[in-house]
Design a protein around this ligand. Structure first.
Ligand code: ADP
Ligand code: MG
Length: 326
């Protein structure tokens, strides 16, 4: 079983940032309003994610780290309508098999917190602990028992940069949640919860750079049961924003050929050629019309009606961009 978990870990967990991704998504699934991420040595020494979500009860702690146990789907049918971020029930088990793992949690409405430790896959008995309502997951010495994997970790700065990028992409997806990030005890990022659109743009500015809001265009368009909102960058002399492309489908960051093509076409048609514009875009559509279950890393999607989605994106952007030229 341990070996199976470690193999599964290799697929989904390939570096510290993928651990952070799984943990933060769990916090979001648990309804957290504040999420704190503390990193030491690029995550190779410590990754700690603390949230104020609903927490886990004493009886469910063991279940949380059991392979293929998830509290998020009750039947196979549910897979079609997954609203939560994680749904495979294997992340914690995988992570715990390749690290020194500690989960402390207090369930909403309970007086006491409990803690569970797993050392390279070996479970320690659950014991009482101190913790406010919510959960903390601590991962120490990631891959300490998988030397081949540990060897592949890059410099501390590189791994931390991946974590920071990941957190930025999650923070743009969930503007109503406060995120804090620290590295080696130093606060690096504080993203306060944004309730209004204006505050949302503030967060976008924090992530994409202070120059982005002034050089961007608000998108808000609905048709054919789909909605596209967000901001797209206008042409600029600086190329610094070239990599700042965020596209969310039902709240999930996605990289997809159909989407990329539609965006590129709309820009090329109206404004300029051969550039890579910055954008933060949110596409909402019926979950039945999109399959997010293509790959465990979950960056891919498959649309049922590719043509329809493509044309909707193209038209929404084209229309908005064309107005700026008029
Ligand atoms: P999944 O997210 O796919 O269900 P995970 O291995 O990531 O699988 O988590 C297993 C289970 O542990 C979750 O289904 C959830 O019930 C519980 N869990 C994990 N992290 C948290 C958290 N931060 N707050 C509350 N429950 C959590
Ligand atoms: Mg999960």
């Amino acid at each position: 079983i341990e070996l199976i978990n470690q193999i599964a870990a290799g697929e989904v967990i390939d570096r510290p940032s993928s651990v952070v991704k799984e943990l933060v998504e769990n916090s979001l699934d648990a309804g957290a309003r504040r999420i704190e991420v503390d990193i030491e040595q690029g995550g190779s020494r410590l990754i700690r994610v603390r949230d104020d979500g609903g927490g886990i009860g004493e009886e469910d702690l063991l279940l949380a780290v059991a392979a293929h146990a998830t509290s998020k789907i009750a039947s196979f049918d549910d897979l079609e309508h997954v609203a939560s971020m994680g749904f495979r029930g294997e992340a914690l088990a995988s992570i715990a098999s390749v690290s020194r793992f500690r989960l402390t949690s207090r369930l909403q409405g309970q007086e006491r917190a409990h803690q569970l430790e797993v050392d390279g896959g070996k479970l320690q008995p659950v014991r009482p602990a101190q913790h406010p309502v919510g959960s903390s997951v601590e991962i120490r010495d990631l891959f300490y028992n998988v030397p081949a994997r540990r060897k592949f970790m890059r410099a501390e700065r590189t791994e931390f940069a991946h974590i920071d990028d990941l957190l930025k992409s999650l923070a743009l997806a969930r503007r109503g949640v406060e995120f804090r990030l620290s590295h080696n005890g130093k606060p690096v990022r504080l993203l306060r919860a944004a309730d209004t659109l204006d505050q949302g743009l503030l967060r976008v500015a924090e992530v994409l750079g202070p120059e982005f809001p002034a050089r961007s265009l608000r998108i808000d368009h609905a048709a054919a049961g789909m909605q596209l909102s967000g901001w797209v960058g206008l042409p600029t002399a600086s190329r610094s924003m070239a990599d700042s492309q965020y596209f969310y489908v039902n709240g999930r960051l996605v990289r997809d050929k159909i989407i990329a093509h539609a965006v590129r076409q709309a820009y090329a048609d109206v404004l300029f050629h051969g550039r890579h514009p910055a954008f933060v875009l949110y596409l909402e559509l019926d979950p039945a019309g999109v399959d997010v279950n293509v790959h465990p890393a979950k960056h891919e999607v498959r649309f049922r009606e590719q043509r329809l989605v493509h044309d909707f994106l193209f038209r929404s952007l084209h229309e908005a961009l064309a107005e700026t030229r008029a």
